[in-house]
Each structure stands twice: as structure tokens, then as C-alpha cells.
Design a protein around this ligand. Structure first.
Ligand code: BGC
Length: 479
């Protein structure tokens, strides 16, 4: 697609400057990322105050149900977005997020709350399947990394905001935590969802998806919104070329060896992203820290606030560190950031493990916090956003929705599995033992990335899949 007339319009799109509108559009595409962070973290703070009698199934489902719902939502979104477009699905997701949050706030019994959380889970998953695919389909090639990292940034901001909301709500009206407080924490997610719903209706559909579906007039309009004046003929010529590429691929199968290879790389990257332990400090942080911080006279609200406050510090570190991913992902590339990040994660989780195993009292809290903070910093720089970026950029347009959705779904299943096995593993080998396992898994991740993740910075999305095809055919020089 790079040569001659063929890539004409797309070549120009790939080489556009990223105007403020591009940043705005990426922000809009990642409102779901904010809610992904907010809605996965808010339940940890709200849970102790939900007044219903919760069976252990209901309690487990409230915490982990969003992850399982997300796995299902992601898989469902794949074929739908390839068929109906990226924008339509992003709009529907925002609506589901809003309904889920409002139903949680007004839940009259456990069943209604579980149903609302299921809806939220579905929306989180569907949105996580599509957001970076949408961004990668309009982003200029040398800014695709930074524009996609906004998804990760929004996730981290969502996590932090959920902790801050919990602190404000619990401090402002500690007595109302069990009545209005928890409802507010869960219900406030409706605000960004409604804003997203209103604004997403006016975003342009993905030009690559429109072209592939023969909607040339709409492509011209979408490109116009993206700041490119083109004629119908130019669009048609590029679209023919794009379709030709896809047809050639379909002759073999849509799922060529290169696509399958890319899918395996994305899925394994996502499995490592989860099983190396990032969500332990976030999901279990308030509880673990509340335990460490609990004094003889602290009541439920006070120790919950203390736990959430400490976790919020880690949430803030996560937001700040993501800036470095944003800044360097297109300059240094995906591979060096991911390799260095996993090396750092292995070192710092061991530091935190040493704190847990050999220290007590204040020194223990300090060392554990420093270890966790640096571990999270490394994850934020090279692992979190890199996963969501490659999920959006490595597949061809015709199957991008489905393939990205499978990747997202694998991420959520791994997320769920880790939440499920963590308590039992902690009992069996202790917190420090589990942390040592995370370090070992980070080292394995380094081996995997060094061997299988090619560098994709600066390439067009069409060139990226070519890279995987060549690797799948055993051709060298693909870096
Ligand atoms: C992961 C989430 C995690 C978040 C933390 C994301 O990339 O997919 O599971 O909670 O990063 O920042």
C-alpha cells in the first residue's frame, strides 16, 4: 500500500500532522477507557458498604463479574464492529455504560445490582475491543503510538478518579456510606458515559472501515472532518487497492499465517500483561493496605478510607508514569519500552516481596509502597499501553475488529483468572511467595518479547501486517 497511487489517500492520512482534533477524537474514543478504569476499581471501595446480604457467589461476582462480562462483551463486539462500523459500536457502548451505572445507583436488591454490573462489564469489554482499533485507523503513522496510549492514560485516570471519589464520599458523609455513599460511587460513572454518548454521535466513522465497505461518499466526508480534502475518484482508487489487498488475503483466508501470528503475539502479550500482577495492588490494595494500617481504634469507614488513600497514591503514580509511555512510544518504539519495563517490574516486585517477608511496621509499609510504586511505574511505561496499542495496530482492516476483540477477551479472561487464584495462592505460599512468582513471569515475558514482538513504530498499519506475514513465512530482517 505504500507505493504509487495505490496508497494515495491512505498515504496522505498516514502522513498528516496530528492536529488538536486528532487528540480530541482519541480522547473521545477512550472515554470507555476511563470507565474501564473507574468501573473496575470503584467496586473495591464500595463493596464494604453494600447493605445487602451477599452470598459468596454474589460477592465474588460483584468484584470479578465485570472482568468476565468484559470478556464476553469483547468477543461480541468483534463481528459487530466489523459489520456495523467502529463508531456505531462506540456509541452503543457509551449508552450501555450509562444505563449500567444508573441501574447500580438505583439498585433495589442484589439481583438488580448484579445485572447492572453485568451490563457495565459488557460495555467495558466491547469498548476495550474497539477503542485503539478505531484510533489506529485514522492516526498518522508517527503518532499512532501516542494517540493510542491515551487509552491507557484514560484507564489510569479512571482508576485514580474512582479512588478519589470514594475518599471524598466517605469523608464527606461517613454515616451515609451504607445508604447513599456506595450508590454515588457506582452511579457517578454515568456522567462521563453520558458525555461520551452525546459527543461520540458526532465523531467521524473510521475512514479505513468506510472505504473497505464501499462507502466512498462517507469516506470523503470523514476525511474532510480529519482535515483532508479529497475527491471521490481518489477515494475510489485507494479503496480499490485496499480491497484488492484484502481480496488477495481472503483468497488464502482472512486469517492468513501472518494474521494468526499477530493474534498469538497480542494474546500472549495480554496474558503476560495480566499475570505479572499489575491488578493486585489496584484491586486488593485497599483491603491489603487497610489491613496493614488498621489501628486498635479504627472503625470500618476509617480503615477503608486509609486503605483507599494509600492505594490512591499508587493510582496517581500510575497516571504520571503513563506520560513517559505517551512521550516515548513512537520515539523509542514498542520493543525497548516493553523489554525495559518487564525488567524493572521483576526487580521492583522482588523489592516489595522482600519488604513483605523480612520487615514489619512502618519500614514494611514504606518498602512495600516504594516497591509497588516503581513496579507500577515500569508497567505504565512499557506494558499497559503497549498491549492496547499493538492490539489496535497489528491486524488488517477487514478482520481488525474480530482479531482485536479476541485479544481483548483474552486479556479479560487472564484478568479474571488472576483475581480468582490470587486469594488461594496467597494462602498457600504467602504474599511474598506470590510476588516472587510475578517476578519470574516478568522474566518469561522478556524472553517472549525479545523473540516474538517485532518493532512496529513508524510503519503504516498495512505495512505492519506485512511484517507479520514475512515473519510467519520465516523471512528474516523483521526486527
Ligand atoms: C490493564 C488493566 C490495568 C491497568 C492499570 C491496563 O493496561 O489492562 O488490567 O488495571 O492497565 O493501569
Amino acid at each position: 500500500m505504500k507505493n504509487g497511487k495505490s496508497g494515495g489517500v491512505l498515504d496522505r492520512l498516514d502522513n498528516q500532522g496530528a492536529t488538536s482534533f486528532y487528540w480530541y477524537l482519541s480522547l473521545l474514543a477512550t472515554v470507555g477507557g476511563f470507565l474501564f478504569g473507574y468501573d473496575t476499581a470503584d467496586i473495591g471501595s464500595a463493596l464494604p458498604f453494600i447493605p445487602y446480604k451477599l452470598s459468596s457467589f454474589a460477592e465474588g461476582y460483584l468484584v470479578a463479574g465485570a472482568s468476565i462480562g468484559a470478556a464476553v462483551g469483547a468477543i461480541a463486539a468483534g463481528p459487530l464492529t466489523d459489520r456495523f462500523g467502529r463508531k456505531s459500536l462506540l456509541i452503543i457502548d457509551a449508552a450501555i455504560f450509562a444505563v449500567g451505572a444508573i441501574l447500580s445507583a438505583f439498585a433495589v436488591n442484589v439481583e438488580m445490582l448484579l445485572a447492572a454490573r453485568t451490563l457495565i462489564g459488557l460495555a467495558i469489554g466491547a469498548d476495550s475491543a474497539i477503542a485503539t482499533a478505531y484510533i489506529c485507523e485514522f492516526a498518522p503513522r508517527d503518532r499512532r503510538g501516542s494517540l493510542s496510549i491515551i487509552q491507557q492514560w484514560m484507564i489510569t485516570v479512571g482508576i485514580l478518579v474512582s479512588f478519589l471519589v470514594a475518599i471524598i464520599v466517605l469523608r464527606a458523609a461517613p454515616g451515609a456510606a451504607g445508604t447513599v455513599g456506595w450508590r454515588l460511587m457506582l452511579g457517578l460513572g454515568a456522567v462521563p458515559a453520558l458525555i461520551g454518548l452525546a459527543l461520540r454521535a458526532r465523531m467521524p466513522e473510521s475512514p479505513r472501515w468506510l472505504m473497505l465497505n464501499g462507502r466512498y461518499g462517507d469516506t470523503r466526508k470523514a476525511l474532510g472532518i480529519l482535515g483532508m480534502e479529497v475527491t471521490d475518484e481518489e477515494v475510489k482508487a485507494t479503496a480499490e487497492q485496499l480491497k484488492e489487498e484484502e481480496r488477495r488475503r481472503e483468497n488464502v483466508s482472512n486469517w492468513t499465517p501472518g494474521v494468526r501470528r499477530a493474534l498469538i503475539v497480542v494474546c500472549v502479550f495480554f496474558i503476560f500483561q495480566q499475570i505479572t500482577g499489575i491488578n493486585i495492588p489496584f484491586y486488593y490494595g485497599p483491603k491489603l493496605m487497610a489491613g496493614l494500617l488498621q489501628g486498635p481504634h479504627s472503625d470500618a469507614v476509617n480503615s477503608a478510607v486509609a486503605g483507599v488513600q494509600v492505594t490512591a497514591i499508587l493510582g496517581a503514580v500510575n497516571v504520571v508514569a503513563t506520560f513517559f509511555a505517551f512521550r516515548y512510544i513512537d520515539k523509542l518504539g514498542r520493543r525497548p519500552l516493553a523489554l525495559a519495563a518487564y525488567a524493572g517490574m521483576a526487580v521492583f516486585i522482588l523489592l516489595a516481596a522482600a519488604g513483605v517477608a523480612f520487615l514489619a511496621g512502618v519500614p514494611q509499609i514504606v518498602v512495600v509502597m516504594i516497591g509497588f510504586a516503581l513496579f507500577i511505574t515500569c508497567f505504565a511505561i512499557g506494558v499497559g499501553g503497549t498491549g492496547w496499542l499493538i492490539q489496535g495496530e497489528v491486524f488488517p482492516t477487514a478482520v481488525r475488529g474480530r482479531a482485536a476483540a479476541i485479544g481483548a477477551s483474552v486479556d479479560w479472561v487472564a484478568n479474571f483468572a488472576l483475581i480468582q487464584v490470587f486469594p488461594a495462592s496467597q494462602q498457600a505460599i504467602g504474599l511474598a511467595g506470590v510476588m516472587v512468582c510475578f517476578a519470574g513471569l516478568s522474566v518469561l515475558a522478556i524472553v517472549f518479547i525479545a523473540r516474538f514482538l517485532p518493532e512496529t513504530k513508524g510503519l503504516s498499519v498495512e505495512e505492519v501486517i506485512g511484517l507479520f506475514e514475512r515473519q510467519a513465512a520465516g523471512k528474516p530482517g523483521t526486527g
